[in-house]
Design a protein around this ligand. Structure first.
Ligand SMILES: [Zn+2]
Ligand SMILES: [Zn+2]
Ligand SMILES: [Zn+2]
Length: 344
């Protein structure tokens, strides 16, 4: 954009050679001001600047998106949460996804195939380095809800026509992809190769990276739902982007948090205000206010491991300046932000 503006500016100045000098100068100054405005506008609002490579060697977990399945701004939303984003053309927020990068072994993995996979795959590649290959060495799926797997479509014939990208999926998820179009076509065209994974059984990815699926309770219409434990050479993380209430799980979340260094946990809603003050106990997600209450007795070091993620468009913590964001942080918890990097 900058380049084409410069070209336009030069040719317009040439055309003005026959006008009085001051008109020409005025015109060029106006054009220059306009071109600066355009590029700043793009950087500040819709400009989704891709990241630069991580210079350090090691194993890293990168936040590539933080929003609930439908994204933010949200389709047809007329409320204050999305109005300003539409008005300012701000589409920088991305659907929940993590990237894993092992720079020593030159491998990278995506957790989730979101509708924002086009941006997220490129971002992950750029975190590695500009010349690294476009596709990840594997994609891990949690379940068959739109924000978590439909990005696979971009690997197919109408888009990238990718070559045998490894997709790790649980048995029901694998069966769902194999038996239903358009996903089955990705398999018959060899765009993806599905590797079946088993609950609680580790998948060794590199000498310094392994991933373990863990079943969690959720609305399982088409597939089971898993979270993942990710183990690096020094540190580990738990990733549960979608789960019913903590009490519905056969595992004790506070015990699971003790075993890891970071816990990325479902924080779809902050409190009842987002759902018109309906009874939050009936909505099958742990609300942030419920999780904060559940974890309030934990030592500050344990609370600090908890990083909330998977925010509905209505969730005020999407705004880092909101009172709710400040409350979460004051209580010792963290909020996932796109491009956050954690060394494992
Ligand atoms: Zn979701
Ligand atoms: Zn909204
Ligand atoms: Zn879901």
């Amino acid at each position: 954009m900058k380049t084409s503006n410069t070209i336009k500016l030069t040719s317009n100045c040439r055309k003005n050679q026959f006008l009085p000098l001051w008109v020409g100068i005025q015109f060029c100054v106006m054009m220059l001001a306009w071109s600066v405005m355009v590029s700043q506008d793009q950087n500040n609002k819709s400009g989704d600047l891709l990241p630069k490579a991580i210079k350090k060697e090691g194993t890293f977990l990168i936040v590539l998106g933080t929003v609930q399945d439908a994204g933010s701004p949200h389709i047809a939303c007329k409320k204050i949460c999305c109005a300003e984003l539409y008005n300012t053309n701000d589409f920088r927020r991305k659907v929940v996804s993590l990237g894993l990068l092992d720079t020593r072994n030159k491998k990278k993995y995506l957790l989730e195939a979101t509708p924002d996979i086009t941006y997220q795959m490129k971002a992950l590649k750029r975190f590695e380095h500009n010349d690294s290959k476009e596709t990840p060495d594997g994609i891990f799926l949690t379940h068959a809800h739109i924000g978590h797997y439909t990005g696979l479509m971009y690997l197919g014939k109408e888009a990238m026509n990718a070559d045998k990208v490894k997709v790790y999926a649980m048995p029901k998820m694998k069966h769902f992809l194999e038996q239903n179009g358009p996903w089955s076509q990705l398999i018959s065209n060899h765009n993806i190769l599905i590797h079946e994974i088993t609950n609680q059984k580790e998948v060794l990815l590199t000498t310094s990276l392994k991933v373990i699926p863990v079943r969690v309770p959720h609305r399982d219409e088409y597939s089971e739902t898993v979270g993942y434990v990710i183990q690096g050479p020094k540190k580990s993380a738990l990733f549960i982007p979608d789960i019913d209430k903590w009490e519905k799980w056969n595992l004790d979340i506070t015990e699971e948090i003790k075993k890891v260094d970071y816990a990325f946990l479902d924080a779809t809603f902050f409190d009842g205000k987002e759902i018109n003050n309906r009874d939050i106990s009936q909505i099958p997600h742990p609300f942030i206010v419920e999780s904060m209450k559940k974890f309030e007795g934990m030592h500050i070091e344990e609370r600090n491991k908890i990083i909330f993620i998977h925010f509905n468009h209505t969730n005020p913590v999407l705004n880092p300046e909101s009172a709710e964001s400040k409350t979460v942080e004051k209580n010792g918890f963290r909020i996932a932000r796109r491009n956050d990097i954690f060394q494992l």
